[in-house]
Write a protein that binds this ligand. Structure first.
Ligand code: HPA
Length: 241
């Protein structure tokens, strides 16, 4: 298996950088070059979802180009790192979560590789959007590393780039969501279309709007993510290929 890691907010300096590979796609340029990495026994390709430096907002990411570039590099499994807000009060800032479900609230993003009559029409099976060996290995790796990780949950994928209102979070909670982020869709569905096994490793950057009385600040988010990335690295180091 060749593993691809899609790094999100706060996950740029996670890995020792190696050789880089610039890949072009018929969908346009991906967010960044692919960087070869090795952590422990794990090696593969890293892609920075928001660019390097971090400049591309969630609704402007070229998700199709990113997944196609990883496919061209021979990637067969993806660990997507997502900074998220915690809706379930049991998930504190800094918690690592591997969700098993999602609800897509995004709009206006190109959702599929089959986008015109010239493309093969695909109706992928998506009942369990993250089910597969990559997710199982992630959970086993956290266990081996002794890193606490919540193995389940439902991520609401919102359009962003603004954070949600407290009322929107109440509605997302009533819908059954335990986490909220902005980048899991259409990324997860495109990976499924491309035949790439896809798992999301979420890092709770903050409690979602209205869950705590404290205002959400970018400084607090950056501090939480930088602390939690040490644990993400430990999980990846234990991800046996
Ligand atoms: N909402 C949506 N996306 C996020 C959040 C949030 O509170 N925190 C980090 N990504």
């Amino acid at each position: 298996m060749t593993l691809g890691i899609i790094g999100g907010t706060g996950a740029l300096d996670l890995l020792e950088p190696g050789e880089t590979r610039a890949i072009d796609t018929t969908f346009g340029p991906p967010s960044s070059v692919l960087t070869r990495y090795r952590v422990g026994e794990t090696s593969g390709w890293f892609l920075a979802r928001h660019g390097q430096p971090h400049v591309i907002p969630p609704h402007r990411v070229n998700y199709r180009a990113n997944i196609d570039a990883l496919r061209q590099a021979g990637v067969t499994g993806i660990v997507a790192i997502n900074a998220v807000g915690g809706i379930d009060p049991a998930l504190p800032a800094g918690a690592l979560v591997v969700p098993d479900q999602l609800i897509d609230y995004t709009w206006g993003r190109t959702q599929s590789f089959s986008d015109s009559a010239d493309d093969e029409l695909m109706h992928i099976e998506f009942a369990d959007p993250f089910a597969g060996p990559t997710r199982d290995r992630l959970i086993a790796a956290a266990d081996r590393a002794g890193v606490p990780l919540f193995p389940g949950g439902c991520i609401a994928v919102t359009q962003g780039p603004r954070l949600e209102t407290a009322a929107e979070i109440r509605r997302l909670a009533a819908d059954g969501n335990t986490l909220v982020g902005m980048t899991t869709m259409p990324e997860a569905a495109l990976a499924r279309e491309a035949g790439i096994d896809y798992a999301s490793l979420c890092v709770v950057a903050n409690l979602a709007a209205g869950i705590s009385n404290e205002p959400i600040t970018m400084e607090d988010i950056a501090r939480t993510l930088s602390l939690a990335m040490g644990q993400v690295r430990q999980v990846l180091e234990n991800f046996a290929l």
